[in-house]
Design a protein around this ligand. Sequence first.
Ligand code: SF4
Ligand code: SF4
Length: 377
Amino acid sequence: MTPVALCRCETYEEETTLAAVRRAVDLLGGMDRFVGRGQRVLIKPNLLSARTPDRRVTTDPSIVRAVALLVLEAGGEPFIGDSPALDSFGKVCARTGMEQVARELDLNLVELTRPTPVNLGEGAVFRNLEIACQALDADVVINVPKLKTHAQMLFTLAVKNLFGTIVAQRKTEWHHMAGVDRDTFASLLLDIYTAVGPGLNILDGVWGMEGHGPANGEARKFNLVAASADAVALDLCVCRLLGVPLRMFPLYRAARARKVGETDPEKIQMKGDNPARFAVRDLQVPQLDSMGILPGKFDWFTRRYLVSKPVHERSRCVGCGQCEEICPAQALELRDKKLTFDYGACIRCYCCQEICPRDAIGFRKGMLVRILNVLNR
Ligand code: SF4
Ligand code: SF4
């Protein structure tokens, strides 16, 4: 059985989060099981962009602090690292509260740079990856994701959080390489997960995000800290708690097909608090459609008529240009605060929506989603 620890945590008050994280890790055998004396431990939070903790976009600093304290107690040498997609690492650390945690505990903040080739060999879909050397060189990686919905992948939880070990702008290149199919992108995420091999995953689900995640959704309280050595099992467990059928989750489909992590709910053992205490039945999740619904030769028809499209909400736009900069398909043009989309080139990755600081990129529902809505009534 693969254990996943679930612990109730209702506030980000430091002693409360420390108690919840400690309990979750103890349910898995204690931090000594994962960290040895003198080991260098990368703590990898979700530092998507320079937003304050109350926006619920990034891992809360009190959770990162609690993880670091447990690593220190176990004799490890923790440092905090990530590679934000656009904002400078210094600005992100200052805004998200990481700088304060690092100062208090005398930890290094390390920007993940220097892409290093990794050859995964047979069994991988993306055999040759480039991962930040700081993640590969660490003795142990502790992955500390945030619970959020995600426009492209349904959720961003433990496995998706490791996409941050791809260095900054290279993320867009990998997005482009994975192309339009969500299951292929899920496979890329699984290959990154395999390459980084986190020893432990601790999810911040005290507050999370629903709706237009991972950056512009609505904050929602889930009162959950969850932990597991198996990021796939952890993600599937959370998906089920949130009342979303596993088959809707691209990561589940890819992990099950490729036998990465534990995907059999019967073999996942939930420990700690009663799962019913975290059950959610009305979560607002992004409605996913897929470019892969028809064979490739009908791509133009699928793009044009069937799948949802990103659209500009000009009244909110400040013309910062971040969407244009991050678009992996160069499908955007910004002029005088007016965005023009090339829907023929757009791969529907929704990176533009994710990065926009003003929630000025929305969706126009495609025909597929509208049909599904009618069928589900
Ligand atoms: S849509 Fe958003 S990211 Fe793009 S220019 Fe406007 S405010 Fe910036
Ligand atoms: S326009 Fe937006 S959704 Fe389309 S490829 Fe560019 S970033 Fe992705």
